[in-house]
Design a protein around this ligand. Structure first.
Ligand SMILES: [Zn+2]
Length: 487
């Protein structure tokens, strides 16, 4: 008995004496998975969370978190901006993992290689169906373009030979570490229904998800949002592939509530279907893409004046639109097409996770690239009380991590503030955190994230981004690791 008491005393002494690489001292620790919401100190060692303690901890670096929320870093499943400028803005918005999953990248292996040891936040991508299609038709993706320009490779049904080449390229992207298959069906209207099903089969055969922008938007039949959702839910049911539908706010548009009921119904029947949204009434895409093929005004219920050229801020006219749509240059336009009420309805829905769809280029773009996550906390949690803080955190960290768990076991260590989790951690002031990016000044960083750690290394410290620090790691599918180990 006495020996036990001595042992316990020694153990307690040892824990108190233990020193961590970094300590976040005395913050309001919130973890959506366990429901923990209490004052704790967090000890970090070797890039992982090593202690969550009611007692103060000792560490080589101690950051005071009193009065601040301490939680898992946000996981952005839909981040087109994949360069240092965007990674810096992401970190200042609380994002510790930024993934290009909607459209994917042309060459997954090269994408990962180029970022190794050079990235502030964790990164990863899907194998791209749209870009593989461009190559299968003998073309080359335009450098820097996030979606293909409209042309024969996007408008024409593929031959059997082209489909064979497309499938081989997609499989190569999965071998190289793709987290699934990215599809932008609206950008490749020439893809037949059976090509879509075949592409879902490729994902199912690897047990990886499909991330997709659905074929069309609006109420006009054929080509409604409801029809487009039906196509991909059916493809998931037929093939067994998991499905993630991107930006429900803009793809569902006025029928987003019905589209969300479709997702609920599919899940109730046992299908693995998930979705996301960004908190803005406007979207953004390339004006020379197939989104703007004839009939777009009727389909989307918008006119030329509802398009704003990102580069200059000018609103378009019929003349300027026609010139830009026909140009090979992928100029971006912001599309004002949704209502605030609809965005609120979608954001509040318990199945909807938050993803930015962000892309800032030389300071230009859409404010979602820099402000999505702070905007959720400022506008939807604090000001309008549409979401509890815990629910908002769940939508921004835990749910996106769970979406990735079938593709990579590493995702089980993300989105959680728990012992053993990766030390991707954000520390912010819930009373003052706010987005500052606007349509006229889209690259204005968010305010209020005091510290942001990636694998235990601060990439934001005292509200300022740390330069020359690159702790970001690749997020790749488990099977690509297995393949590389067995080679
Ligand atoms: Zn999209």
């Amino acid at each position: 008995m006495l020996r036990c008491a001595v042992m316990a005393f020694v153990l307690a002494l040892f824990q108190q004496a233990a020193s961590y690489d970094v300590v976040l001292q005395g913050g309001r620790v919130m973890d959506p998975e366990t429901g923990l919401d209490a004052v704790r100190s967090v000890g970090i060692s070797g890039g992982r969370i090593a202690a969550v303690s009611e007692q103060p901890l000792r560490g080589s670096t101690v950051l005071d978190a009193a009065g601040l929320v301490v939680t898992a870093g946000f996981v952005d499943l839909h981040s087109h901006g994949q360069d240092p400028e965007n990674y810096r803005l992401k970190a200042l918005d609380g994002v510790t993992t930024a993934l290009e999953l909607e459209i994917g990248v042309d060459d997954v292996g090269k994408f990962l290689q180029e970022r190794r040891g050079r990235s502030a936040v964790n990164y990863g991508a899907t194998a791209s169906h749209p870009f593989a299609r461009v190559r299968a038709f003998g073309g080359q993706p335009t450098p820097g373009a996030i979606v293909p320009a409209t042309g024969p490779a996007t408008e024409t049904p593929a031959s059997a030979e082209q489909l064979g080449r497309l499938a081989a390229l997609v499989r190569k992207g999965l071998d190289d570490g793709g987290l699934g298959i990215g599809m932008g069906i609206a950008y490749t209207p020439g893809a037949t229904r059976s090509e879509i099903i075949e592409t879902f089969r490729l994902a199912a055969e690897r047990r990886l998800p499909v991330f997709t922008h659905v074929r069309s938007t609006g109420r006009i039949e054929p080509g409604s949002s409801v029809e487009a959702m039906s196509e991909v839910i059916a493809a998931a049911a037929i093939t067994g592939a998991s499905l993630h539908i991107v930006h429900m706010n803009s793809s569902g548009a006025r029928d987003a509530p019905e589209c969300l009921r479709m997702v609920e119904g599919a899940r109730a029947r046992g299908l693995d279907v998930t979705t996301e949204a960004y908190p803005y009434i406007a979207g953004m895409t390339a004006v020379n893409s197939a989104i703007f093929n004839p009939g777009w005004r009727e389909k989307l219920g918008v006119d030329y004046k509802d398009l704003q050229l990102v580069e200059t801020g000018e609103r378009l006219t019929r003349e300027s639109f026609e010139r830009l749509h026909a140009s090979p240059e992928p100029k971006l336009v912001v599309i004002f097409s949704n209502t605030e009420e609809m965005v609120e309805t979608v954001i509040r829905h318990p199945l909807v996770m938050i993803a930015s769809d962000g892309h800032i280029e030389k300071g230009k773009g859409h404010p979602r690239g820099a402000g999505t996550y702070a905007r959720i906390l400022a506008r939807y949690v604090r000001e309008r009380q549409q979401l509890t803080l815990m629910d908002a955190l769940r939508k921004m960290s835990l749910m996106p991590a769970q979406r990735l768990e079938r593709a990579t076991a590493a995702a089980r260590r993300k989105g959680r503030l728990q012992v053993g989790a990766d030390a991707d951690v954000v520390v912010f002031d819930a009373r003052t955190v706010v987005d500052r990016s606007t349509y006229s000044s889209p690259a204005e960083p968010s305010f209020g994230f005091r510290h942001v750690l990636v694998a235990g290394t601060p990439v934001v410290r005292d509200g300022k981004s740390a330069d020359g620090v690159f702790p970001g790691r690749p997020v790749v599918s488990d099977q690509s690791l297995a393949i590389s180990v067995s080679r």
